[in-house]
Design a protein around this ligand. Structure first.
Ligand code: HEM
Length: 489
């Protein structure tokens, strides 16, 4: 490595602390600002940890995708991995023997075949979501924040898949318990809470508030999941589900008790808020862009008509809706810095030294807001994706230049639930737009415009949410409820 250049790095790095004080609680913004001056690959010192920030399709394609064998591990985080998930989370698992053992199991329960087999389940849940929104709109004339309805649907999909369980209402204690536990779990796991990775000395002073909060959250989540596993064990009908599949792998000696708990935890953590935050963002974006809705409504009226709701089989004939979904992931996806990859050995790229044990960050926000890749990136403009006929899953595995967006990550750690997520978004967005005109009901901001969406006003945990806003769902056809209940077909 002696002849290699050092990667560029922002000025102002402090001894021992590095750049940490410059980053604050919106790291995506700082990383993007630095990328504009330092280029698409540079390094940042996060205390004792070296971070490499990737901010172009090319560098992501060259490293995370083409050199996937080297760039697919994760830093075995002391807090998030070892304490919060007892070293058993799949998302945080280093690219080691355990990961390779668990990987095919996760793909078989979440992949394309599972989506196909569970097609009716997904169809039903996204039909019920529309019914719930109809009911809520009738009760709350002034509009409401739809997040909790989307969360309930995303949770139901996961609980049905994992243990054949569903919940009827956002007032149900099971939903409330989940919302509170998972909210804390994900909040604690965010990047800015990993102080003991940045400053390893902190591992020796564990009596901090954060440490105790992590232990409490881990205990609560584990108890919650144990109850769910018990429900599956005690189900006399022995209905097939993901937890039963994990238990079968346990009987075969491939998984152990904690694997069953924490693989389920991974599916809950990765598969619920990501989908519901995407729908929450998209609803806000649509409310702020009535011209996009009008175009989508025209397409739906032409292709689907009024007597049935959109189905998955309509996908090819509703390209504008597909483009809206892709634009949603680009413009306001639920993650801004994906889930950091890592590299265990030294590497070389374009004459630069990539040091071993660096954290490698896919700066999704920076790529998605890069005007060289997306003209007028701050505009919500689905038209930019009209030429993209393939799914994000197919594009993610092809040439990096042709990718639609980077919302689902890259390379060997690409989102395992990508097919499930795309199916949910298709059902969610096409039906939302078929059923409703979404009106902005938020109070006016300083500029006199309703503040339903502001890219700069976010709640930043692991999942990024827009701030609370209000929308009104106005039914587009008199027969919406009849069609949803299947009476008009
Ligand atoms: C719109 C919804 C979703 C988005 C935007 C999303 C995004 C992501 C991203 C960015 C990653 C990290 C990729 C990387 O490291 O390069 C990831 C990983 C993962 N996602 Fe998703 N995801 C979504 C929905 C889902 C769903 C519905 C599931 C499961 C039901 C799921 C399961 C997973 C799993 C298991 C991983 C870990 C993969 C690994 O570490 O090897 N995701 N997702």
């Amino acid at each position: 490595t002696r002849d290699l250049k050092k990667l560029p790095s922002p000025p102002g790095s402090l001894f021992y602390f590095g750049h940490i004080f410059q980053i604050r609680d919106e790291p995506h913004k700082k990383f993007t600002e630095w990328a504009r001056s330092l280029g698409d690959i540079y390094s940042v010192q996060m205390g004792q940890q070296n971070w490499i920030i990737l901010t172009s399709d090319k560098v992501v394609g060259e490293l995370l995708q083409k050199r996937g064998a080297k760039y697919s591990t994760r830093v075995p985080s002391h807090y998030t991995f070892k304490i919060l998930t007892r070293g058993k989370s799949y998302v945080c698992n280093p690219y080691d023997e355990r990961y390779r053992k668990v990987n095919p199991i996760m793909h078989s329960v979440l992949g394309q075949r599972s989506v196909k087999e569970n097609s009716d389940l997904l169809d039903d849940e996204y039909r019920i979501l529309m019914q719930n929104l109809c009911q809520a709109s009738a009760k709350m004339n002034d509009g409401f924040y739809p997040k909790y309805f989307f969360q309930l649907t995303a949770l139901n999909v996961i609980t049905l898949l994992c243990l054949n369980k569903r919940t009827d209402s956002v007032d149900d204690p099971f939903y409330r318990e989940f919302k509170s536990l998972m909210g804390t779990h994900l909040e604690l796991a965010k990047v800015t809470n990993r102080l003991s990775e940045f400053f390893p000395i902190l591992k020796w002073f564990p009596n901090t508030k954060l440490h105790n909060a992590m232990i409490e959250s881990a205990d609560n989540i584990e108890a919650f999941l144990r109850k769910l596993v018990k429900e599956v064990i005690e189900d006399k009908e022995k209905k097939p589900c993901i937890i039963r599949e994990f238990l079968r792998k346990k009987d075969e000696g491939i998984l152990d008790d904690l694997d069953v708990i924490y693989l389920t935890d991974t599916i809950f953590a990765a598969g619920t808020d990501t989908v519901s935050a995407s729908l929450t963002w998209l609803t806000a974006a649509l409310a702020n862009n009535p011209h996009v809705q009008s175009k989508a409504h025209q397409e739906l009226d032409r292709v689907i008509g009024q007597s049935r709701i959109p189905e998955v089989s309509d996908e090819q004939t509703i390209p504008y809706i597909r483009a809206i979904i892709k634009e949603g992931q680009r413009y306001c996806g639920p993650l801004y810095l994906a889930i950091p990859h890592a590299i265990e050995e030294d590497d070389e790229y374009n004459g630069y030294h990539i040091p071993a044990n660096s954290v490698v960050v896919l700066n999704q926000y920076g790529i998605h807001m890069d005007e060289k890749r997306y003209e007028n990136p701050k505009e919500f403009k689905p038209e930019r994706f009209l030429g993209f006929t393939e799914s994000s899953a197919a594009l993610a595995n092809g040439n990096y230049e042709n990718r639609d967006h980077f919302g689902f990550g890259a390379g060997r750690r690409l989102c395992t639930g990508i097919h499930m997520a795309e199916r949910e978004l298709l059902l969610g967005v096409s039906r939302l737009l078929w059923c409703f005109k979404i009106e902005n009901a938020s109070p006016l901001g300083k500029d006199g415009k309703p503040i339903a969406i502001n890219l700069d006003k976010i709640r930043n945990g692991i999942t990024v949410w827009p701030e609370d806003y209000k929308v009104r769902f106005v039914k587009r056809h008199d027969n919406v409820e009849k069609v949803l209940s299947g009476q008009s077909q």
